[in-house]
Design a protein around this ligand. Structure first.
Ligand code: C2E
Ligand code: CA
Ligand code: CA
Length: 541
C-alpha cells in the first residue's frame, strides 16, 4: 500500500532544496528559538571542516561569542539578513552572510549561509581559478556587493555548460579543461568590453555587466549562437551548448549577493527545465510567491495533502479505455491549489521529480486494482521534462511498475513535444529503454509545440493527444478548425498512432470526432476527473 503521505520529513527537506543547497554553503532549518532540526548534507560537511566539532544544537552556537547575542536577537526581529563570523577550529575568521526565511507553518525558519570574503581578500589575489585565471566565488560575491554598495544597476548571469560532465567522462579532464578555457575566451570576446567575468563552479561562469534590456537580449542570443559553433580541441570537434540564468541588481527590495546568485540560479534552473540551450531572465513577480509556495509544497507532502484523481478516457465506441492521473493538492493552509499553480513552481524548484515519482507509484497501484474488472485498461501519467533529468528516471518507472506488479504495456507516460525536441542523450536513452520494456508514450498538448513529425517516427510513440485549444473551436461553424483537427487525425493514423482528443465538452464535438475517426475522447462531456473509488465503480461497459 502506498500512503499519500509517503515522503517523510528529512527526505523531503533534502529533496526539496536543490536550488538553495547549490547556491549556499549551508542550509539549516530551525525552530523559532534557533534549535537546529535539519542541516543540508553539504552544509554539514562545510561546517565540520570549519569547526571540526560536532554540530551544536542551536544556530547561535555556530557563531563567535561576540556575535551570538545579535544572532539570537535576530530570531525575534523582522530582520531577514545578517552578517556574522563563524567559530572555527584554527581561530581564523570565517565571515558569512545569512538569510532567513519563515516557513509556511510559522513555526520554523530556514537559514541560508554563504561564506563571504573577509576584508583581506578584497584584492582577490588568492581567489583566482588556476585554470582560467578568473576570479572565483568569494571574489564574485565581493564584486556584487561592491557594485550594490555603489548603487550600480547591472545584470548578473550564470553561464552553465550543458552536459559538461559528459565531456569530462568521454574525453578526459585535459580536453574538458581546455574546453573551459576556450569557453571563457569566447565569453570575453562576445560580451561587452567592460564585462566582469568569474568562474563559479566546475562548468559555471558568472558575468556582471550593465546595459539595457534590449542589449541583454542581443548579447545573450549572440553568446548562445557562438557557443553552438564547434570547439576544436586537440584536433577534435566538440559540440556543446550553454544555458544561462540572469538576475538584475534591481530584482527585489533588499538585494544582496546571496539573492542575486539565488535569483540567477532560479532562472538557470527554469531555463534548464525548459530544455536548456537558452537563456532566461529571473521572473521576480512569480518568484516572490515561489519561496512561500515551495515550503508550502514540502509541508503539503509531509502532511499527505496531495492525491490523484482520474479523468476517464473513452473509446469512440463508448467503452472505457483508460484514465489520466491528475494531481490534486488540498492544502490545509491555502485550500485547493490548482496544478496550474503548483506544477510550474514544483518544476522550477526541482520538486516535481519527487512528486512525479510519487504519482507514478500511486497510479500503478491503482492500475493494479482496476485491471481485473477492466482488462486492457491504460493508465496515463504525466511526466514533466525535468523528470527525465534524473539519471535513474527509467529505473524509477520500472520500479513503480514492478512494485505494483502491472504489465508495463498498461502504463502510458504523457510527455510534451518539447521534452522530445530538446532531447538530451539522457532523455533519449531513458525513452528507448522504457519503450523497449513495453511502456507506452503519448504526446501531450499536441499541436501547441513544434509539431514536427520527425520526432514521432524517431521515437516510437503510441498516441498523440490533440490539445484542448484545437478541440474548443470545433463545431463552431467555421470550417478551418475542423479541417485542422481532421488533418491531425489523418496524419497520426498515417503513421499508426492513436489519437486522443482532449477537452471534449460538447455533443457536437463528439459527433465530429467520431466522424473523423478519432480513437479516444477525454473531456468534461464524457467524464470529469474523479476519485479512484468512483473510477473503479464507474458504470460502463
Ligand atoms: P494536462 O496534462 O493537459 O491535463 C488536462 C487538463 O485539462 C486537466 O487539468 C483536466 O482536468 C483538464 N480538462 C480535461 N477535460 C477538460 C474539459 O473538457 N474542459 C476543460 N475546461 N478542462 C478539461 P488539470 O487537472 O488542472 O491539470 C492541469 C495540468 O497540470 C495538466 O495538463 C498537466 O500539465 C499538469 N499536471 C497535472 N497532474 C500532473 C502530474 O501528475 N504530473 C505532471 N508533471 N503534471 C501534471
Ligand atoms: Ca496530460
Ligand atoms: Ca494536455
Amino acid at each position: 500500500m502506498v500512503s499519500s503521505a509517503e515522503p517523510k520529513s528529512n527526505q523531503v527537506a533534502t529533496a526539496g532544496m536543490p536550488t538553495l543547497e547549490r547556491m549556499f554553503d549551508c542550509v539549516l532549518r530551525t525552530d523559532l528559538a534557533g534549535e537546529i532540526a535539519y542541516v543540508s548534507p553539504r552544509g554539514r560537511d562545510w561546517l565540520e571542516k570549519i569547526s571540526r566539532t560536532s554540530m551544536p544544537d542551536n544556530l547561535c552556537q555556530l557563531f563567535q561569542l561576540a556575535d551570538q547575542g545579535r544572532i539570537a536577537a535576530q530570531l525575534h526581529s523582522e530582520e531577514e539578513r545578517s552578517l556574522g563570523t563563524l567559530q572555527s577550529a584554527d581561530g581564523a575568521d570565517v565571515p558569512v552572510a545569512m538569510r532567513r526565511m519563515k516557513l509556511i507553518d510559522g513555526k520554523q525558519f530556514l537559514f541560508c549561509l554563504l561564506e563571504t570574503p573577509g576584508p583581506g581578500l578584497a584584492g582577490g589575489g588568492s581567489h583566482r581559478d588556476d585554470l582560467t585565471a578568473l576570479p572565483t566565488r568569494p571574489a564574485i560575491v565581493l564584486e556584487i556587493d561592491r557594485r550594490l554598495g555603489r548603487s550600480e544597476t547591472f545584470w548578473f548571469a550564470l553561464f552553465n555548460i550543458d552536459k559538461f560532465r559528459l565531456i569530462n567522462e568521454s574525453f578526459g579532464v585535459a580536453v574538458a579543461d581546455a574546453l573551459l578555457v576556450e569557453a571563457a575566451k569566447r565569453l570575453k570576446a562576445i560580451m561587452p568590453a567592460d564585462t566582469w567575468l568569474g568562474r563559479l563552479g566546475a562548468d559555471e561562469f558568472a558575468c556582471l555587466w550593465g546595459g539595457s534590456e534590449a542589449e541583454l537580449q542581443q548579447h545573450l542570443d549572440e553568446v548562445l549562437l557562438e557557443f553552438a559553433r564547434p570547439f576544436v580541441i586537440d584536433g577534435k570537434r566538440l559540440y556543446m551548448c550553454a544555458t544561462i540564468g540572469v538576475s538584475s541588481s534591481t530584482d527585489g527590495q533588499s538585494p544582496g549577493a546571496g539573492s542575486l546568485l539565488a535569483n540567477a540560479d532560479t532562472a538557470l534552473i527554469a531555463a534548464k527545465a525548459s530544455g536548456g540551450s537558452c537563456w532566461k531572465r529571473y521572473a521576480e513577480r512569480r518568484a516572490g510567491l515561489d519561496y512561500s509556495l515551495v515550503s508550502a509544497i514540502y509541508n503539503g507532502i509531509e502532511n499527505g495533502e496531495f492525491f490523484l484523481v482520474y479523468q476517464p478516457q473513452f473509446g469512440i465506441d463508448g467503452r472505457l479505455y483508460g484514465a489520466e492521473a491528475l494531481m490534486r493538492w488540498s492544502s490545509y493552509d491555502r485550500g485547493f491549489v490548482s496544478p496550474g499553480q503548483f506544477i510550474p513552481v514544483a518544476e522550477q524548484f526541482g520538486i516535481i521529480s519527487f512528486l512525479g515519482r510519487w504519482a507514478l507509484r500511486v497510479a500503478c497501484h491503482h492500475l493494479k486494482q482496476i485491471l481485473p474488472s477492466h482488462p486492457g485498461f491504460l493508465m496515463s501519467v504525466n511526466v514533466a521534462a525535468s523528470q527525465f533529468g534524473a539519471p535513474d528516471f527509467a529505473d524509477q518507472v520500472m520500479a513503480a511498475v514492478q512494485e505494483a506488479d502491472v504489465p508495463p504495456s498498461s502504463l502510458v507516460l504523457e510527455i510534451t513535444e518539447s521534452t522530445l525536441m530538446h532531447n538530451s542523450e539522457r532523455t533519449e536513452a531513458a525513452l528507448a529503454s522504457l519503450r523497449a520494456a513495453g511502456i507506452r508514450f503519448s504526446i501531450d498538448d499536441f499541436g501547441t509545440g513544434f509539431s514536427s513529425l520527425a520526432y514521432l517516427t524517431r521515437f516510437p510513440v503510441y498516441a498523440i493527444k490533440i490539445d484542448k485549444s484545437f478541440i474548443d473551436p470545433v463545431g463552431s461553424g467555421e470550417a478551418a478548425p475542423d479541417r485542422l483537427v481532421q488533418a491531425m487525425i489523418n496524419l497520426a493514423h498515417s503513421i499508426d498512432l492513436k489519437v486522443v482528443a482532449e477537452g471534449v465538452e460538447t455533443e457536437t464535438q463528439r459527433q465530429f470526432l467520431a466522424l473523423s475517426h478519432c480513437d479516444i475522447l477525454q473531456g468534461y462531456l464524457t467524464g470529469r476527473p474523479i476519485a479512484f473509488d468512483q473510477l473503479l465503480n464507474l458504470d460502463v461497459r
